[in-house]
Design a protein around this ligand. Structure first.
Ligand code: PEP
Ligand code: MN
Length: 263
């Protein structure tokens, strides 16, 4: 169902005022984790001011170590809702378990399926039944075919509002956190009508590489990017090393202007 052979025209996924897919290059931005009211609202204001169409922020965090910050949970979801009401930015946040789906739907506008859950079929079916827009990240070692079949699970459960996300894959390379597979973006744009966004933050794991890879994502034909930003990355509770500072986010948006403003 997600194939271009079934539907030739591009799917545009809408939530709040955001439209992902179609003519405009969309920028979704915000912190890796929701940490506090002050942290979330201050970064949300900055990304909104410079043209982000949606706010990201994790309340449930899939951390490699059980001793690392696991997210604020429902309190984080409430802060996302507050940011949405105060700033009018729709929100994207990761759902990790089937039991969280209903609550998440009350508080956020788009459900993120993280890389580690791309093949959690029970979760894919549950978000499919929810009908909320879904941002589906490619698994750490998933093939493009497996990503498309994961999307098929969501579609088949009744939800056509799916955004695919290339977020880097595991390779032998260790200089960067992951290897951002831009081949996948060009390939997916031919194979499927679903919108495709790139996550250069997790794709590189290095703040200084996020702007160049964002430009590359736009050039290769992605429908947008999802990037991590934090006004004080040294203090971030997760992924601070890959978060864009406020001034860097402003620079990113300057450099993407021709794509963001394209008619
Ligand atoms: C995230 O977006 O913060 C995240 C955990 O992403 P991924 O699932 O791609 O690792
Ligand atoms: Mn992160």
């Amino acid at each position: 169902m997600v194939s271009r052979e079934v539907q030739a025209h591009d799917t545009v996924v809408r939530f709040g005022n955001a439209a992902i897919g179609g003519d405009k290059f969309a920028v979704i931005a915000g912190p890796c984790s929701v940490e506090s009211e002050a942290q979330l609202l201050s970064v949300a204001e900055v990304v909104k001011q410079h043209g982000a169409v949606a706010l990201r922020g994790g309340a449930y965090k899939p951390r490699t170590s059980p001793y690392d910050f696991q997210g604020m949970g429902v309190e984080g979801l409430k802060l996302l809702k507050q940011a949405n009401e105060q700033l009018g930015l729709p929100t994207v946040s990761e759902v990790m378990e089937v039991s969280q789906v209903d609550t998440m739907c009350e508080y956020v506008d788009c459900l993120q399926i993280g890389a580690r859950n791309m093949q959690n079929y029970a979760l894919l079916k549950a978000v499919g039944e929810s009908r909320k827009p879904v941002l589906l990240k490619r698994g750490l070692s998933a093939t493009i075919e497996e990503l498309l079949l994961a999307a098929e699970y969501i579609y088949d459960a009744g939800n056509p509002n799916i955004i695919l996300c290339e977020r880097g894959i595991r390779t032998y390379e260790t200089a960067t956190r992951n290897t951002l597979d831009l081949n996948a973006v060009a390939y997916l744009k031919q194979r499927t009508h679903l919108p495709v966004v790139v996550d250069p933050s997790h794709g590189t794991g290095v703040r200084e590489l996020v702007i160049p890879l964002s430009r590359a994502a736009a050039a290769v034909g992605a429908d947008g990017i999802i990037v991590e930003s934090h006004l004080n990355p040294c203090e971030a509770l997760s992924d601070g090393h890959q978060a864009l500072t406020g001034p860097m986010f402003e620079q990113l948006m300057q450099e993407l202007k021709p794509f963001v403003e394209a008619a």
